[in-house]
Design a protein around this ligand. Sequence first.
Ligand code: PLP
Length: 415
Amino acid sequence: MSRPQAAGFLPYARQQIDDRDIDAVTSVLRGEWLTTGPAVLRFEQALALRCGARQAVSCSSGTAALHLACLVLDLGPGDAAIVPAITFLATANAVRMTGAEPVFADVDADNGLLTAAGLEAGFARARTRGLVIKAVLPVHLAGQCPDLTSLSQLARAEGARIIEDACHAIGTYHACPNGSAAPVGACRLSEMAVFSFHPVKTIAGGEGGAVTTNDPDIARRLALLRNHGMTHDAAEFRDGDLGFDRRGTANPWYYEMVELGWNYRLSDIHAALALSQLGRLDQFVERRRGLAQRYDELLAPLGRLVQPIRRSRGCLPAWHLYSVLIDFAALDTDRAAVMAGLRAVGIGTQVHYIPLHRQPYYRQRDPGLVLEGADAYYRRTLSLPLYFGMSFADVGRVVDELQGILSRRVTKVAS
Ligand SMILES: *Cc1c(COP(=O)(O)O)cnc(C)c1O
């Protein structure tokens, strides 16, 4: 069979690096500081401002940010946190790293977002397992928010606090109960929001993460825990004997370790890149929104066979992924065949995500758990290429190829 030679390969995601980014990084390399220094501070201030939060504390990855957020809520052995079953491993792993147990909750079968019913069932399951839920970690899958108003009401009624896993959702806005819109990261309905600057995300830092919060005590403790639990701040010293001289002045060499911490610092090299990228966030979001809209239009004729994920109400998404739901069963094909077919013509796709409660590590911790929404979402989901460097013509090419592969199936089934 002859087919036109595929143009360049279209991965499902890719970073956008320009000369401004390269200049920002090289100027750090020419300066004094490589690790946490002035670029980190500037990035944290810019991120807090952009998100409408009082403070942002950066760290070495989104996973580290999730871990720090769980530590700050004092999660530990005997505690639990509710995590939607459709997310990246790190959301649940961060809970486990503290010794606490993730309890998986069901999601909307059509967009993978945590639902109020799923959260309620999660609380009930935790009770039957004798676990105290201290935190809920809603995930802003693909860039959309779940209904944070109802989730936060439910969580508060149970005495649990909210950590938003916003790794997909920098630039997204969500509705507040008073009818206003808030940027994700403003933490209007949560204690903390967590971001990742892994290169597949909307802004790249190489590696990197951050937590935003409006609570200065939380911010202080996050900063402490990302740096070995040690402080040079005399106001935080607990041992007056060693820290101060005879006149009560803090000794210049002195530092104090007040609790067990990690080395989760961000470097100035990474922060300079992330800061430079943050300056183009609006452009990134606008392009992704335009590309997503083009996909929506071109896919519309395919009807129920290939649908965009259901739009979440009360949310203006900054799309991180363009995920669709494909009725593989009705098409008498399977996902592996469609992915291979697309790959053969130079189009990369990915699956976000395998439900966490089905991972061997987690299945053996809660063997009987059935989550039908998560399974139904997983069965049908496929993420198509979406990134700043794509053109509308690239979107057309993806849809044409997908349609071609699927219609050959339909013809075969019909004949
Ligand atoms: C990427 C991602 C993480 C982890 O971020 P890293 O920076 O790669 O550690 C956590 N949660 C979600 C939903 C993610 O997509």
